[in-house]
Design a protein around this ligand. Structure first.
Ligand SMILES: Cc1ncc(C[n+]2csc(CCOP(=O)(O)OP(=O)(O)O)c2C)c(N)n1
Ligand SMILES: [Mg+2]
Length: 372
């Protein structure tokens, strides 16, 4: 209970739970930007639903989504500049999407096919794009945090006006990587924005078991910089806070820790059944705070949205998802010999030998199968 009181006292919020706006904190995005944000959030939600179904049908191996956390992910990425870096955990497809990572690229990666930018060498959902300044997804908890600080320090050395945004969960704050990164960033004033998606759970471990502190953002104080607690289901509050943190980082003001107070509405991943460790009543309570509903209510109040537009957008997105899937599912896997590429600029003799051996074996196997 104590933690809940502390949260309500300091939380940054622009949109009330009924979608009413606090005009003094409104970041005043254009109508077009508001609708872009809503579209991205809804797409993210619908992709999650479709991918869970595909995994249950055995068409993909694994999926991990962002349901309930779309505002924290998409709102933060929307506040970045083109040259800034996003260093994702594993729920941040939406962040990559608003930077230009396409649905098609995402699906190619999940299927690990010949057009997957990561060439079928990564687990599903582990996207990366050097062109869009999206670092490779890190699954080992917290390992991406030092990478982000490194990027930020490198930008500072180059005197580039770039900053890094790193996403991680509440569970990651128990890792050493979190603490050394925060300390280093504080001492060297790294232009880095730390965004902790406090979704209340680290698989089956509740937030209370990660820290005895009343909040996560409070930890920034010990490292000598600012921490901000934000309503993670309020896309405008996340956008405004992240934008401010970026402006500060780029102008030499150092890092910020943003705690996005939110909730994972779905299972941890397709490999998880949350009924084993949390009650439905808690989930029902958070469903009422769904970031998509709150944002839609705001858009309706601004006369930018209504039920007909919602129905039409859902139909359009569904068609886009299904037609992209249909096309991507036809693409063959990468050629097996591609596993020997990309490590050396010039392939050394022993890899050439192994590659040729594999090709000969594949050719023989083909002949045997054809003779049946
Ligand atoms: C070092 C390490 N330990 C354990 C795991 C298994 N694991 C994967 S995700 C996860 C929970 C992470 O929780 P949190 O940081 O809160 O992120 P969330 O999944 O809630 O977004 C764990 C324990 C891992 N991937 N890496
Ligand atoms: Mg978590």
């Amino acid at each position: 209970m104590k933690a809940a009181v502390a949260v309500e006292d300091k939380i940054v919020r622009v949109l009330g739970e009924g979608g009413e706006v606090d005009a003094s904190k409104d970041p005043r995005l254009s109508d077009r930007d508001l609708l872009t944000l809503y579209r991205a959030m809804l797409l993210n939600r619908m992709v999650d639903e479709r991918m869970f179904r595909l995994q249950r049908q055995g068409r993909i191996a694994f999926y991990i989504g962002a349901t309930g956390e779309e505002a924290a992910i998409i709102g933060a990425a929307f506040a970045m500049g083109e040259k800034d870096w996003v260093v994702p955990c594993y729920r941040e497809f939406g962040a990559a999407y608003v930077r230009g990572f396409t649905l098609r690229d995402f699906f190619c990666q999940i299927f690990g096919n010949a057009q997957d930018l990561t060439k079928g060498r990564q687990m599903p959902v582990h996207i990366a794009s050097s062109r869009l300044h999206v670092l490779s997804v890190s699954s080992p908890v917290g390992t991406q945090i030092p990478h982000a600080v490194g990027l930020a320090i490198a930008a500072k050395i180059r005197k580039a006006k770039e900053a890094a945004l790193v996403f991680f969960g509440d569970g990651a704050t128990s890792e050493g990587d979190f603490h050394v990164s925060m300390n280093f960033a504080g001492v060297f004033r790294a232009p880095c924005v730390f965004l902790c998606r406090n979704n209340q759970w680290a698989i089956s471990v509740p937030r209370e078991r990660q820290t005895a502190a009343p909040s996560i953002e409070i930890k920034a104080k010990a490292y000598g910089f600012e921490g901000v607690l934000v309503d993670g289901n309020d896309v405008l509050a996340i956008y405004a806070t992240t934008k401010k943190a970026f402006e500060k980082a780029r102008s030499g003001g150092g890092p910020t820790l943003i705690e996005a107070f939110t909730y994972r509405l779905g299972p941890h991943s397709t490999s998880d059944d949350p009924h084993a460790y949390r009650g439905e009543d808690e989930v029902e309570l958070w469903k009422k705070k769904d970031p998509l509903i709150r944002f839609r209510e705001y858009l309706e109040k601004r006369k930018l949205w209504h039920q007909d537009r919602e129905t039409k957008l859902m139909q359009d997105l569904n068609e886009e998802i299904l037609s992209t899937l249909k096309e991507v599912e036809q693409i063959p896997p990468p050629p097996p010999e591609s596993i020997f590429e990309d490590v050396y600029a010039v392939m050394p003799w022993h890899l050439r030998e192994q590659r040729d051996q594999l090709l000969r074996w594949l050719e023989e196997r083909k002949k045997i199968t054809e003779s049946y």
